[in-house]
Design a protein around this ligand. Structure first.
Ligand code: NAD
Ligand code: AHE
Ligand code: ZN
Ligand code: ZN
Length: 369
């Protein structure tokens, strides 16, 4: 199969739009025709060269939606014509992780996924005979892609793909982190660091959970209007203060917030996010992804005195069993997605989508195949 795709040849370089070859799905695999994809900051992070798992050349992209084109032997849960959302967090339902009831981090295909190949160790992508790596088990920056069956959520055919593609990462990650990881309760106070799609989705989740105060924090004040739309009640630009931002939040909240979320990927901000939590019970959730070699630190007394540091991947959501319901809730008007889409473009303009994200001018750019 020939497919339009954007190739990441090397770190820090724009993607090249070209036609690649995509092999048929093998046993347990599914070929999907993407209808829409968006660019998440994690794609930009990997393209920057900071991702220790980053491989080149590769076909990036992990926030998409499409239609099943063909299935390999033994595939039973989806069929051609089904509408699907690719999952970078698979759900096999059988591994130790899936059976634990404690995590969404299925490990069935995680090792090979990190090596940029399918579970059998080979790639389905090539250009002029040269093999290209897969990315996060999804590679949504190709019109046709191949995924393991366990990496697909089958969703309603009624839902617009150019919106529900955002449930493949950003929107689900933020809302899920609020409900599954932090378990924010009614009346709680919340601080959100970073107001991209992830931070805004956390704000949406916090409002749904009934938080009494939602403090939106960003150095780009253009993001505040959008944060207000999603339910933020307070707005803080750290650059307006001489004190460390954790002290500013502590002063504004009678000792600190009940929950904080780091949605940037900055290890210094992760520390601030922990330390602005209330003594005795405050919980800080790391969502942002930091580069190779970066480490977090704080004084142990911060934890000894009751603050809790947690992390969240894909919002703790089990994609195959839970994502169809997220789609249905969007269709019923219970989850806002449209508001995240600040730009729509043909797929060929994908490099502009990266530029807008880096410039802080977009929340999500949806690319149409
Ligand atoms: P984004 O670039 O759209 O948003 C980041 C925001 O942080 C921007 O508004 C920016 O102005 C702000 N920011 C940057 N430095 C800041 C600082 N020092 N203080 C306050 N604000 C600052 O990114 P996004 O797509 O929303 O992704 C956010 C992070 O979440 C990234 O690190 C991404 O890799 C990560 N992510 C993690 C998961 C997961 O499952 N854990 C899922 C998706 C994305
Ligand atoms: N490859 C990176 C890890 C990046 C990371 O933490 N990814 C998140 C999803 S980001 C989506 O935008 C995740 O799901 N992590 C769980 C996992 O298994 O990687 C690195 O630093 O090695
Ligand atoms: Zn993402
Ligand atoms: Zn599993």
């Amino acid at each position: 199969m020939k497919s339009r795709a954007a190739i990441a040849w090397e770190a820090g370089k724009p993607l090249e739009i070209t036609e690649i070859d995509v092999e048929d799905p093998r046993e347990g695999e599914v070929m999907v025709r993407l209808v829409a994809t968006s660019v998440c900051h994690t794609d930009a992070y990997t393209l920057s060269g900071a991702d220790p798992e980053g491989l080149f050349p590769s076909v990036l992209g992990h926030e998409g939606a499409g239609v099943v084109e063909a299935v390999g032997a033994g595939v039973t849960s989806v069929a051609p014509g089904d509408h699907v959302i690719p999952l970078y967090t698979a759900e096999c339902g059988k591994c130790k992780f899936c059976l634990s009831g404690k995590t969404n981090l299925c490990q069935a295909v995680r090792a090979t996924q990190g090596q940029g190949v399918m579970p059998d160790g080979s790639s389905r992508f090539s250009l002029n005979g040269r093999s290209l790596h897969h990315y996060m088990g999804c590679s949504t920056f190709s019109e046709y892609t191949v995924l393991p069956e366990v990496s697909l959520a089958k969703v309603s055919r009624e839902a617009p793909m150019d919106k529900i593609c955002l449930l493949g990462c950003g929107v689900t990650t933020g809302i899920g982190a609020v409900f599954n990881t932090a378990k924010v309760e009614r009346g709680a106070t919340v601080a959100v660091f970073g107001l991209g799609a992830i931070g805004l989705a956390v704000i949406q989740g916090a409002q749904m959970a009934g938080a009494s105060r939602i403090i939106a924090i960003d150095i780009n004040t253009d993001k505040f209007d959008m944060a207000r739309q999603f339910g933020a009640t307070d707005f803080v630009n750290p650059n307006d203060y001489n004190d460390p931002i954790q002290q500013v939040i502590i002063d504004q909240t009678d000792g600190g917030v009940d929950y904080s979320f780091e949605c940037i990927g900055n290890v210094n901000v992760m520390r601030s996010a922990l330390e602005c939590c209330h003594k005795g019970w405050g919980e800080s959730i790391i969502i942002g992804v930091a580069g190779a070699g970066e480490e977090i630190s704080t004084r142990p007394v911060q934890l000894v005195t009751g603050r809790v540091w947690k992390g969240s991947a894909f919002g703790g959501v089990k994609g195959r069993s839970e994502l169809p319901d997220y789609v249905d809730r969007y269709m019923k008007g219970e989850i806002m997605i449209d508001e995240f889409v600040t730009h729509d473009m043909p797929f060929e303009r994908i490099n502009e989508a990266f530029e807008l994200l880096h410039a802080g001018k977009s929340i999500r750019t949806v690319l149409h195949y």
